[in-house]
Ligand binder design. Structure first.
Ligand code: HEC
Length: 97
């Protein structure tokens, strides 16, 4: 047997659809991008899932979700101060559907 070693380029099987999905999600930037409020929103609301776009819900719905998320954060011992809550609430209300 001749010793020719064939080095196949074994690419890891990247599921392409996952990349396409990720691209689709990041194609919709957050309002007020780069502002302090937007950065706080991203910092606080992406610990457990990616940020939901503010346009996804009405102001009333955001109030409901913020209460639910507050509970989730409490259970996980994630700090969420009154002023952070107020800032994120105002940010979501300004940009709600
Ligand atoms: C401690 C983890 C955690 C953090 C931090 C968190 N969430 Fe959630 N979020 C969840 C879980 C778990 C769900 C799944 C639904 C449920 O059980 O309430 C969820 C679901 C949601 C949903 C409903 C589904 C949807 O996409 O419409 C919204 C809206 C939401 N979160 C918004 C927020 C916002 C805004 C923040 C920041 C203030 C936030 N979350 C921070 C855990 C978290």
């Amino acid at each position: 047997m001749s010793g020719i070693i064939r080095n196949g380029f074994l690419l890891p099987g990247i599921p392409l659809f996952a990349l396409v999905l990720a691209a689709a999600c990041s194609g919709n930037p957050l309002p007020e991008a780069g502002s302090a409020d937007e950065r706080l929103y991203r910092a606080k609301c992406t610990t457990c899932h990616s940020w939901p776009h503010p346009q996804r819900h009405t102001a009333e719905e955001w109030d409901h979700y913020l209460k639910v998320m507050e509970g989730h954060m409490e259970k996980k011992n994630i700090a969420f101060t009154e002023s952070e809550k107020e800032t994120i609430r105002n940010y979501l209300h300004r940009n709600a559907r």
